[in-house]
Design a protein around this ligand. Structure first.
Ligand SMILES: Cc1cc2nc3c(=O)[nH]c(=O)nc-3n(C[C@H](O)[C@H](O)[C@H](O)COP(=O)(O)O)c2cc1C
Length: 223
């Protein structure tokens, strides 16, 4: 016999084509202005705004609705500084030994190096962890599905929510990122996925000139 599960009606209102066009064009223009920022003002940001953005990211779809993520919100300056020092240690090894010549040449236009002052300067860090599995009360492993895809979608939504809320961020990967789980006392099976400094840009902040794919490289249409 098949089990029955609770269902509810979907709340959905169709928009006119005109409204859809207007909204999609507005989203396109607004998101085109999103940029990764590496120079942050030290001004604090309202905690409730950060919490709203994290809650928005938490509405992301996920494999079998397992929601295989944990977000850590760090505003404590001492903790941020510990994270900066550990990140810079890994990044020094990355730049000196782990990165290929090709990788370093791809990064050159961005002007990045092993120094990460933005981790101190940004008033908040959001560290996203992925959870490959859960454990039930008896310690039995329970699988999560499409963990990387699910967490990636949630992070994309987080970045969009921060941008829409008037903040800037930087997806930062000072890999390997095991130090983040250790500093933040996360369970051993949670793996750090991304570090996002969040705040306002420093006055006069500079960003690299980049280009973005356009049709037909961006999208191949089959009508
Ligand atoms: C998964 C991922 C990891 C990234 N890691 C770093 C990083 O460690 N350091 C950094 O300065 N930028 C990092 N970036 C930012 C990219 O360099 C940036 O997104 C790209 O140059 C495009 O610029 P834009 O975000 O301003 O559009 C990362 C971006 C992604 C998506």
């Amino acid at each position: 016999m098949t089990e029955s599960h609770a269902m509810q009606p979907l709340e959905f209102k169709r928009l006119s084509e005109e409204a859809m066009l207007e909204r999609s064009a507005a989203v396109r223009a607004a998101w085109a202005r999103r940029r990764s920022v590496r120079e942050f003002a030290t001004d604090p940001v309202p905690l409730e705004v950060l919490r709203n953005c994290i809650a928005a990211a938490g509405t992301a779809p996920s494999g079998a609705n397992k929601q295989p993520w944990t977000f850590c919100l760090v505003t404590d300056p001492e903790l941020k500084h510990r994270i900066r020092l550990a990140a810079e240690e890994e990044e020094r090894v990355n730049y000196e030994r782990r990165m290929s010549a090709q990788w370093k040449s791809d990064l050159a236009p961005l002007g990045t190096d092993a120094n990460k002052p933005h981790i101190d300067d940004a008033p908040a860090l959001i560290i996203v962890f992925r959870r490959p599995y859960e454990r039930d009360a008896s310690g039995q492993k329970l699988p999560n599905y499409y963990v990387t895809e699910s967490v990636g979608i949630a992070v994309g939504m987080l970045i969009a929510a921060l941008h829409e809320s008037g903040l800037v961020t930087l997806p930062h990967t000072p890999s390997p990122m095991d130090f983040l789980g250790q500093i933040l006392h996360r369970p051993a099976h949670e793996r750090a996925y991304l570090l996002l400094p969040v705040g306002y840009p420093a006055p006069g902040a500079q960003i690299p000139v980049i280009s973005r794919k356009k049709w037909p490289e961006l999208c191949v249409e089959f009508a």
